[in-house]
Design a protein. Structure first.
Length: 468
């Protein structure tokens, strides 16, 4: 790669910082060209301010990360840890004068152990790369965010991300056994374990999962693995109303079924996917439910689930005959967000999670909010765990439309809390939902979280302005 020699203006403070950083890092690890550093300023969230970093650092070793943090502590410079910047809450957004600490070059899979069923990885390992690597050993790493081909394990840990298979396999937090973390002052701390069991002391590992880089910098992770499941088969069920589709979800979960995924697409989303990819999905339906099983006899499981869908009022139930047809149906679901983004050019993607029993109320409420504001809002949902993604489509060049988009986004979060849910199921708080975190956890909870932050980061240099 040809590195630009253009550098940002070097006032005394910035110049000292850059010199100190370069004193312990390779020449190509410190970027100061303002055009280059600007490309690291933000993640994929809308309506989240981002500052201009003083430098972007791309370390390859734990020792290099420690050098960055020691320098930042001595000079009182904020540090914003980053992965692939696929996040949707502004958690990776730079602040003015900060060091952006991009961990994408720390991308080694250090160990895959089929006996202990663990993988040991650096934070820059891409989710899909890990999944493929462990698959060669007959193992499975279940968390699969929609951006799994590009998002990193470190970013997944920072935001406690989920994915399509959460209904059966759970979220990232359930697979992180132990961590190596560089603290704000440069000390290296190890948390957790690599054993199947372990309850020694406070569970600091879980504390770091979802902390959005505000407590320390994850430089190594011990991850739990599972045996590789059989290839899954998928069923599609069409419904004349979202209420009927949500009733089917309740029947499935109450019946004790454990699908590998259970996803819902509303009419707006189905139309958007058809417009983008011409997949021939049934636009006459009000809701499309996708279910999958990766059991030894998935056809039988799908038949039982299909009967429950019909009892709930499904107008059509179509089980896939083979893996290829199943993948085609799942591709439609994975295209949902790009398709909605194409509707007006920009989207705000919410991730309100509600109890499964209130899923229908949330989706009906979103429809009312869309009508009130005159906007297109499509809903896709990890229906099996109540995690919805109402996606507000708007024209970023239209000031009034932007205002209505933001207002509708906030009303959806308020609705989620009213229904007994949470403001974020897997995307995190970042900048976008700071105000809403305070509303959800209350003043006592907020104060306790701030005190925890103070213990790990007394100078407040780690990802300032995020969470609270």
């Amino acid at each position: 790669m040809i590195m630009s020699r253009i550098e940002a203006p070097r006032d005394e403070v910035t110049g000292n910082l850059i010199d100190r950083l370069r004193g312990g890092l390779p020449a190509d690890a410190v970027l100061t060209d303002p055009d280059v550093t600007a490309s690291y300023a933000n993640d994929m969230a809308s309506f989240c301010p981002a500052g201009a970093p003083a430098a972007v650092v791309l370390p390859r070793t734990v020792e290099q990360v420690q050098h960055v943090m020691r320098t930042a502590t001595e000079l009182r410079v904020p540090v914003v840890p980053q992965g692939a910047r696929t996040g949707l809450s502004g958690a990776a957004n730079a602040t003015d004068g900060c060091i952006v600490l991009s961990l994408t070059r720390m991308d080694r899979i250090l160990e895959i152990n089929p006996v202990d069923r663990i993988a040991v990885v650096e934070p820059g390992v891409v989710n899909a790369a890990l999944s493929r690597a462990v698959g060669e050993h007959g193992l499975h790493y279940p968390p699969d965010p929609s951006s799994w081909e590009t998002c990193t394990i470190g970013g997944n840990i920072g935001t406690a991300s989920g994915g399509l298979c959460c209904v059966k396999y759970g979220v990232t937090a359930e697979y992180v056994l132990g961590l190596d973390v560089v603290l704000a002052d440069g000390r290296l701390m190890t948390t957790g374990r690599r054993t199947a069991k372990g309850v020694a002391g406070y569970d600091l590992t879980r504390l770091f999962v979802g902390s959005e880089g505000s407590l320390g910098v994850v430089v190594r992770a011990v991850l739990a693995l599972r045996p590789k499941p059989p290839r899954q088969l998928v069923l599609a069920a069409e419904f004349a109303s979202t209420a009927a589709a949500c009733d089917a979800v309740c029947r499935i979960m109450a019946g004790g079924h454990v699908p590998a995924l259970l996803e819902l697409m509303d009419r707006t989303t189905v139309k958007a996917v058809n417009d983008l990819a011409h997949m021939g999905l049934p636009e006459t339906t009000e809701a499309l439910l996708l279910a999958a099983f990766d059991t030894p006899d998935p056809a039988a499981d799908l038949a039982a689930l299909g009967a429950l869908c019909e009892a709930a009022g499904a107008t059509a139930v179509v089980p896939a005959d083979d893996v290829a047809e199943s993948e085609l149906l799942l591709q439609a679901r994975r295209l949902s967000l790009p398709a909605l983004d194409a509707v007006r050019g920009t989207t705000m993607i919410d991730d309100v999670c509600v109890p499964r029993s209130r899923l229908g109320d949330l989706i009906d409420g979103v429809e009312r909010i869309a009508g009130k504001h005159g906007l297109t809002i499509g809903v896709v949902a990890h229906a099996g765990d109540g995690n919805t993604h109402p996606t507000v489509c708007f024209d970023a060049q239209d000031a009034d439309e932007c205002r209505r988009a933001r207002e509708s986004f906030d009303e959806i979060m308020a609705l989620g809390l009213e229904l007994g849910g949470t403001i974020t199921g897997e995307h995190g708080v970042g900048v976008l939902k700071k105000e809403w975190l305070a509303r959800e956890i209350g003043p006592v909870g907020l104060e306790m979280q701030r005190q925890i932050k103070q213990v790990f980061d007394p100078l407040g240099i780690l990802n300032p302005g995020k969470l609270f």
